[in-house]
Design a protein around this ligand. Structure first.
Ligand code: KG4
Ligand code: ZN
Length: 346
């Protein structure tokens, strides 16, 4: 089955064509980074207007790159939630029109589940698994019985991890988006120059949660207090020490969740999954099979939407022309640690 996927939830306008949920025939991603650069963040109004301009050319490029005709498309999958409402609207409206004009099924899918599906595009994954979604908008640790069945164990109490990278980079004027830039700067820096705080919420009833507000404040305003050695204004050292603290903050609940659930498979998705220090730390975990998407499948792309959409279609999910974009979703509720341990013992 050939599924055409559409992703427009934030600042990437993407159309992909994927066969049977695994073979990527085309994955065109038009990024708006340059257009948002001067604001050091995504401006929703600009994002939706650009999606409206770009969606048709990106669709045409995808059809051409895949070497197919529109009539070869068997179904259309589109990110319907969560995201910026104006941006989602463009993708959803285009998807509805395309599916209607071709007379093929349409399915609106969840962006979060798309990110967690991305590693499946490279290798078959045996579930159950621990899923970790780390992006600019989300930080989620979850137990997965399959591609659809997700039980949220932990999330962030304040900023998403990618957002923390972006805000620190913005504070120091290092550029946008911050994640890639900090990752690069950190290669030249000493990660032990500053001992920035690593939040550990285990004792406060937030076993698998993280928080980034303390780290952000320390890096931006209180770095003299955390200086271990070296030069207080050495930018590469600040970047490397921040990156280390931000990633170690994620590692603690991930290790606790692996232990409590007994999962031996780990799936990581989202923009921060591209981080070189995070990838290194996760691949060092013993007794765990760790699946990362390739770098281009970490950040927003439509291949993950077409791939995950295929599985939604297989189980009979269909959307009709009443499909509406939903900026927020409530279904990612947390499970408490005692319930996680009880479930693992069964
Ligand atoms: O998944 P994504 O493209 O969009 C959302 O769904 O949010 O993630 C974008 C986020 C941004 O915050 C960006 O700074 C971060 O991913 N990011 C990284 C790296 N590459 C992208 N963060 C750390 N290290 C990276 N190499
Ligand atoms: Zn995303």
């Amino acid at each position: 089955m050939i599924v055409l996927g559409i992703e427009s939830s934030c600042d990437e306008c993407s159309v992909a064509i994927v066969r049977d949920g695994e073979e990527i025939l085309a994955n065109i991603v038009a990024t708006q980074i340059e257009e948002h650069l001067e604001y050091q963040g995504v401006v929703p109004e600009i994002a939706s207007r650009l999606h409206a301009e770009w969606i048709v050319p990106v669709y045409r490029d995808a059809i051409k790159a895949a070497g197919i005709k529109p009539s070869d498309i068997d179904a259309v999958a589109v990110t319907a939630r969560p995201g910026l409402v104006g941006s989602l609207m463009v993708g959803v409206c285009f998807a509805k029109s395309l599916a209607w004009s071709l007379g093929v099924p349409l399915v609106g899918v969840d962006h979060i589940l798309g990110h967690l599906y991305a590693p499946n595009l490279q290798a078959p994954i045996a579930y159950p698994a621990l899923g970790v979604l780390v992006s600019g908008g989300h930080t989620i640790i979850c137990s997965m019985k399959g591609v659809h069945e997700v039980e949220v164990l932990g999330t962030t109490l304040d900023d998403a991890v990618g957002e923390a990278f972006d805000k620190v980079a913005k504070h120091y004027n290092w550029g946008y988006p911050g994640g890639v830039i900090i990752d690069k700067m950190a290669q030249e820096g000493d990660a032990t120059a500053f001992a920035f705080p690593v939040s550990n919420l285990a004792h406060k009833g937030h076993t698998y949660d993280v928080s980034y507000s303390g780290l952000k404040t320390a890096v931006a305003y209180q770095r003299p207090q955390f200086l271990k050695h070296g030069d207080i204004d050495n930018q590469a050292n600040i970047a490397a020490s921040f990156q280390k603290a931000a990633i170690e903050t994620m590692m603690l609940p991930i290790m606790r969740a692996l232990e409590d659930t007994g999962h031996k498979t780990l799936i990581v998705g989202g923009g921060v999954a591209a981080n070189s220090y995070f990838r290194k730390r996760l691949s060092e975990l013993e007794g765990v099979d760790c699946f990362f998407p390739s770098l281009s499948l970490c950040t927003d792309n439509a291949a993950m939407i077409a791939g995950y959409g295929y599985h939604c279609l297989l189980r009979g999910d269909r959307s009709d022309l009443s499909l509406r974009p939903e900026p927020r979703i409530m279904r990612f509720q947390k499970k408490l640690q005692k319930d996680v341990q009880k479930a693992a013992q069964k």
